[in-house]
Design a protein around this ligand. Structure first.
Ligand SMILES: [Zn+2]
Length: 532
């Protein structure tokens, strides 16, 4: 770079106008070289530089992947051309007569690209060969005759089937830690003394919800405690299915396939489906709600992971970034305060607060700008915002119900004037002008907090909540299907809500799995500070 930040700060339109043509030409050459270099830097992508893949916006990734594929096709085409030309010996004759020899690689690549994940059609299956060290037996008998409804307690039972359950058991005070149990569940059949009908014990088996194919069944190898541990490893500790299998084998000597682990996570999430309504009801009734969204990939579709979090409840869902989603969820029922960033979807909601952290960050960026006018606007906005922020903090210490609007009317007026001025003057400084316009368009929401200093100034709560799942997204690259997204959002909502209420999500999940697998309703979500 020829010109430093210090040099650029001294240059503006008026200065250029006053320069002689010779000096101007010399300067133009330097500026052009700098611009070319800056453009090259801007145009760097993970495809043409050493930038990490995560630095690219998700909506650009799709295009980049398609480009990469066409690059591969180009190379294949060129190879075909080259081999064709070589045989003909004359480049001009290549496309006339000599047929290009078929190459094996493109068809091979095509097959590889179309290959679905998981077991392939026609691959021989295999079952468990491991011999389980049984630690106990539980006998299940039919309680009543299926025909005449007479009690069967007195009748003699005969073994007719069974299943194994591997589970982890929580230690008691005198023996802390977890131990592994391998239980053999015997199923019995009993003959009725009354009507001579033979009734068999049948384990519970039912479809979880309408939206997915998951079946909740008592007949599972993985017990409720172990299932909760697997969900914890996957969603809280962000381990892949393969790593979970490795962990269970290395530390607990439990041998489970990746497929069984995946199935356990899906079933455990699906049986939480009734919790969604409970969560939505509590969110709608909350007094203050933080909302935010982050990009989420579902297969090759770019969607958004939304979060709505109140003091005691968190609700996630995966969907597109439209107004409909927002208003469908909150409907007419929500009347509390909504804290959000400046995204347009939220703007129709009247009782709204704006996150100041974004504005202060933007003002700071503009204050460091190389354009002198933008810089002075940025500094002024930053100064006034910081001053008002301190006033809000101070008011929180004072008596409740204090309004700062009249006290800070002079500062508000100064900021408004600065914004109006910047909107008209900063025609060439995009970000500076954008911030001024943002202030003016969303003025009421931004400064509503001055009337209610007890309300939050930032949307950190929602952003912090999303952060964990953003890291998970970077590891697992999102979900594959709509069903997977729904199950993921459900489990994430229940886990975070339990944690907010000071209760163990895993104990709740364990009891939920045990209840639902026995055909009972989902237990109510723990109340705040239940102490479990
Ligand atoms: Zn009977």
């Amino acid at each position: 770079m020829h010109l430093s930040d210090h040099d650029l700060l001294q240059l503006d339109e008026e200065r250029l106008m006053r320069l002689e043509s010779g000096t101007l030409r010399t300067l133009a050459v330097k500026l052009m070289a700098d611009l070319k270099q800056a453009r090259e830097q801007l145009n760097r992508t993970p495809q043409n530089s050493s930038l990490p893949p995560g630095s690219q916006a998700p909506w650009k990734k799709r295009a980049a992947e398609d480009d990469e594929q066409s690059d591969v096709d180009d190379i294949v085409d060129r190879k075909e051309d080259a081999s064709g030309n070589k045989e003909s010996g004359d480049p001009d004759k290549a496309d006339e007569s000599v047929p290009t020899p078929p190459t094996a690689s493109p068809s091979g690549e095509e097959v590889a690209a179309k290959r679905q994940a998981g077991k392939q059609t026609g691959t021989p299956g295999f079952g468990r060969t491991q011999v389980l060290p049984i630690t106990g037996t539980i006998v299940h008998s039919p309680p009543r005759c299926n025909l005449c409804d007479a009690a069967l307690a007195a009748a003699e039972g005969k073994l007719c089937g069974g299943h194994y359950v591997i589970d982890v058991v929580w230690g008691q005070a005198n023996a802390p830690g977890i131990s592994v149990s391998y239980m053999l569940h015997h199923h019995e059949e009993k003959r009725c003394d009354n009507c001579d009908h033979l009734t068999r014990y049948t384990p519970y088996d039912a479809r979880a919800t309408e939206f997915c194919d998951q079946v909740i069944s008592e007949w599972r190898l993985v017990g409720p405690g172990l299932a909760a541990l697997i969900v914890c490893l996957a969603l809280r500790f962000r381990l892949s299915r393969k790593r979970i299998a490795e962990f269970l084998f290395d530390w607990l000597a439990i041998e489970l396939s990746v497929g069984t682990i995946h199935q356990t996570i899906a079933e455990s999430s699906a049986l939480l489906a009734p919790a969604e309504e409970m969560l939505v009801n509590e969110i709608v009734q909350s007094k203050l709600l933080h909302a935010d969204e982050t990009p989420w990939k579902e297969g090759r579709t770019c969607l958004w992971l939304w979060v709505f979090t109140s003091l005691t409840t968190t609700l996630y869902f995966v969907g597109d970034r439209s107004k409909k989603i927002f208003f469908d969820l909150l409907g007419a029922g929500f009347t509390g305060w909504l804290m959000s960033d400046g995204y347009l979807v939220y703007r129709d909601y009247k009782q709204r607060l704006r996150c100041w952290a974004h504005l202060i960050r933007k003002a700071r960026g503009i204050a460091e700008s190389l354009d002198a006018k933008a810089q002075s606007f940025g500094k002024e906005a930053l100064r006034l915002l910081t001053l008002m922020q301190d006033a809000v903090y101070a008011a929180r210490e004072g008596p409740p119900g204090l309004s700062l609007t009249s006290e800070l009317s002079a500062e508000l007026e100064q900021l408004k004037t600065a914004c109006q001025c910047a909107r008209d003057v900063l025609q060439h400084h995009k970000t500076g002008r954008a911030l001024a316009v943002e202030f003016l368009n969303d003025w009421d929401a931004i400064f509503r907090v001055l009337d209610h200093p007890a309300m939050p100034l930032t949307n950190n709560t929602a952003e912090r909540t999303l952060r964990h799942w953003v890291i998970l997204r970077k590891i697992c690259l999102g979900t594959r299907t709509a069903e997977g997204s729904k199950l993921f959002a459900l489990a994430a909502s229940v886990i975070d809500t339990c944690r907010q209420r000071g209760c163990s999500p895993w104990r709740y999940l364990e009891s939920a799995i045990a209840s639902r697998r026995n055909g009972m309703d989902l237990p109510p979500l723990p109340t705040a500070n239940c102490g479990v």
